[in-house]
Design a protein around this ligand. Structure first.
Ligand SMILES: C[S@@+](CC[C@H](N)C(=O)[O-])C[C@H]1O[C@@H](n2cnc3c(N)ncnc32)[C@H](O)[C@@H]1O
Length: 363
């Protein structure tokens, strides 16, 4: 196959616009390599070692982390150039805000360093490129163990800090049911952070996590084991396969419906698994289904990037997939699809969380 390329006539080019455009492109390259620096800072314990210690030089930081001073110094200069740490003479400091975003995984809801997985493996990138040719994407399982683990570290801080304290009290009678003895189904549970948080917070209830990724399920089982939980179970199966016995008091689909090839079939299965007075909570990516409104989001390109490389891959991983992708389950779509599956009540809970929206759906 021969490809022909458009070659612009240099006379047509506005030099100022060219400069700006080149800068925009190289800024994304800078983002790629600064992302690698953040990944290394997280992986090597550098942020942790800098948190709360004030100004530090590269020798001291090298000693406290057991790392080679020359590499530590270059990393510090890169992070200072990225304005993520400050440099005065030969000393460097991670601010309190920096520590809350990059170091404090257990204590801060804003912790984000876990989202920096260090890029994609060449095999994953090959498979993503191939999906453009075949129209069939790769599942989360095929995206490798770091996909499930990375997602768990990305969604973990909100789940640990806000799920029980902020979201659950807004739901119709759910906390009382959970305190008594509720049966909870967590569909698309991934590495089990939400499932285990609920099981730990409500020991009288039982929580069952479903996910088709065996990698995610084994990570979830490990997490439950490390916490000694005996009221949680994980099943390697999709949301389509939940039992049709009207037994669930609470069903969760957290950031997963837009990843499913057939979310409509899962919604029909939820209608059959939920009790007549049960609650179903959908957490899905904040979007409007309208380009002009969505483009006000300064991180919109990142969400489309997540989609092309991960969510849409999964949503197209079977021929005939609906292909909603990261931004595809906006409120209007969620209302339309849940109504089609036989649900009559739909409430939006506007929680101050920039990335996601929360919907409570009932029969
Ligand atoms: C973005 S992750 C979300 C994981 C977890 N709920 C969280 O909030 O961290 C999406 C998950 O949906 C799962 N998934 C994909 N297709 C599914 C299906 N048909 N049924 C259930 N889960 C599915 C993937 O394996 C993946 O673990």
């Amino acid at each position: 196959m021969s490809l022909s390329y458009y070659v612009p006539c240099m006379a047509e080019i506005d030099q100022e616009a060219l400069k700006k455009y080149s800068f925009a492109v190289w800024s994304y390259k800078q983002g790629e390599v600064v992302s690698a620096l953040i990944h290394l800072g997280d992986r090597l314990g550098l942020f942790h070692a800098m948190a709360g210690v004030g100004r530090v030089d590269s020798h001291t930081l090298g000693e406290s982390t057991g790392l080679h001073e020359r590499f530590v110094r270059e990393w510090l200069n890169g992070m200072a150039a990225a304005r993520l740490i400050s440099r005065v003479d030969d000393t460097y400091e991670l601010s309190v805000e920096g520590a809350a975003v990059l170091a404090d995984e257990e204590g801060a809801v804003t912790f984000s360093a876990g989202a920096f997985r260090g890029g994609f493996s060449p095999d994953t990138l090959d498979a993503i490129a191939e999906s453009f040719r075949t129209g069939v994407g790769i599942t989360y399982e095929q995206q490798g163990p770091s996909a499930a683990a990375g997602l768990a570290r990305m969604t973990g801080p909100w789940t640990r800090h806000a799920l029980v304290s902020t979201l659950l009290p807004r739901l119709d009678g759910v906390v009382d049911k959970l305190n008594n003895a509720a049966r909870v189904v967590d569909i698309g549970c991934g590495a089990g952070v939400t499932t285990c948080t609920l099981a730990e917070s409500f020991p009288n209830s039982t929580v069952v996590g479903y996910d088709p990724s065996t990698t995610a399920v084994s990570q979830a089982q490990e997490l439950a084991g490390s916490k000694g939980l005996d009221n949680v179970e994980f099943i390697a199966a999709g949301g389509e396969d939940v039992p049709d016995d009207a037994s669930a008091d609470l069903v969760l689909t957290f950031d997963c419906l837009h990843d499913m090839p057939r979310p409509d079939i899962t919604m029909e299965a939820i209608r059959k698994t939920i009790k007549s007075d049960g609650s179903w909570v959908i957490k899905d990516i904040r979007s409007n289904g309208d380009w002009d409104r969505d483009k006000r989001n300064p991180l919109l390109a990142m969400f489309y990037g997540f989609s092309v490389t991960s969510c849409l891959q999964s949503a197209m991983s079977e021929p005939g997939g609906m292909g909603l992708g990261t931004l595809g389950l906006h409120e209007a779509k969620a209302r339309e699809m849940t109504a089609a599956a036989g649900f009559g009540r739909f409430t939006t809970h506007d929680i101050a969380e920039p990335a996601n929206q929360y919907y409570e759906v009932k029969v």
